[in-house]
Design a protein around this ligand. Sequence first.
Ligand code: CTP
Length: 431
Amino acid sequence: MTGTVSGKDSPLIMDNVHTVTGKRIILGVSGGIAAYKAAVLLRRLTEAGNRVTVIPTDAALRMVGKATWEALSGNSVSADVFDGADRVNHVRLGQEADLCLVVPATADTIAKMAHGIADNLLLTTLLSVSCPVAVAPAMHTQMWNNPATRHNIDLLRGRGTVILGPVSGRLTGRDSGPGRMMEPEEIIRRISALPDGKIHGADLRGKTVLISGGGTREPIDPVRFIGNRSSGRMAAELARSAALRGGKTILVSANTEAEILRSLPGSVRNVPVQTAAELAREMQKYAACADIVIMAAAVCDYRTQCAGDAKIKRGKDPITLTLVPNPDILLDLAENRRREKQLVVGFAAETGSAGKDFLQLGREKARRKKADFLAVNLVGEEQGFGPVKTELFLLDREGREKTRFSGEKSTVARDMMEFLAENLYPAENRP
Ligand code: CTP
């Protein structure tokens, strides 16, 4: 990846080997055995031309001493809020930094960060920073899986903190499992690959993003329905990306798997619905305050004319269900914008048919739907649904390809949200 984004007084350059350079970085170190790996990370960061200030906790200093941090960073090191009190160090450091890393982040430091506790220099600094914050958790598997830790991680994620790992592997003792800290090289690769918006802070802060996801279900009787195979994963990933960029995010989720919903940052507002009619109602309601509206839900095109109150009993004769068309929610949202300067985006999952390939069908649909963008992907038995890789072609309302995204759904969602954030505001007006 090659690219340049401007820092406070020096550019952050992402070169071909994914290196962050020329930045003012705070490296917070909390007290895990993995603190020794933070020394390796520090070395790499300073060698790459970054100015790094290390703020260890007292517990971290029991793992790796002050002299090591000072020698490797070339800066004096303190863990004490009262050191240099005349210069109000924590506020100054926080305001000057381009990036703040907490490596390793223990369960204790994560919990304190999540709840705004500030009982050491690192935590007071973290409350003062306005730059992006990334943490690399390191702890034993049971601690990582504990609901308290997971909740704290969700809180941080929901506020835009980047969570780096942990990975699965050998832990401090003889056992292994999830909880091992990400390796320094991988941390550097990840922070270098952060989208520009992330490095600059949250580019959707102050904006509202409304996303529909999942698949609607149209009842036939109290126990049966017409539905589709949409899991809601893509919409959930889009909601996560929007929330990470600071957007107020509302997910109208049609029958989305509970596990997917549980993994969302706590700041995402989930509005559960079942039918197309319910989805239309909620989307129309929230669209009145949304800057970006994304229809990622698979909406049943038809509903039964009258769903019975009682279970249909088995019989020998064929039965006929009369289906009536559902309204086109996307078309309505795009044609009758509920708000000025609103970006409306649709999705189209195509299989290709009648001699036309999926992209040709997508282009025709883009022209019909009147949305600003239509994200088209190829679906089939093994493609498009569930936790799989995907490829999206983003077409404008004339059906012209603007860009395409491919990879895991989380990557595609992140890249797509970055594109939408960029196309919502001209670059010079970014907050
Ligand atoms: N959509 C909608 N309301 C419907 C059907 C679809 O808002 N009743 C939206 C979907 O959320 C998606 C886009 O329209 O953003 C395209 O959905 P798709 O099912 O591909 O298109 P249809 O209009 O249903 O056309 P067809 O099924 O004939 O391909």
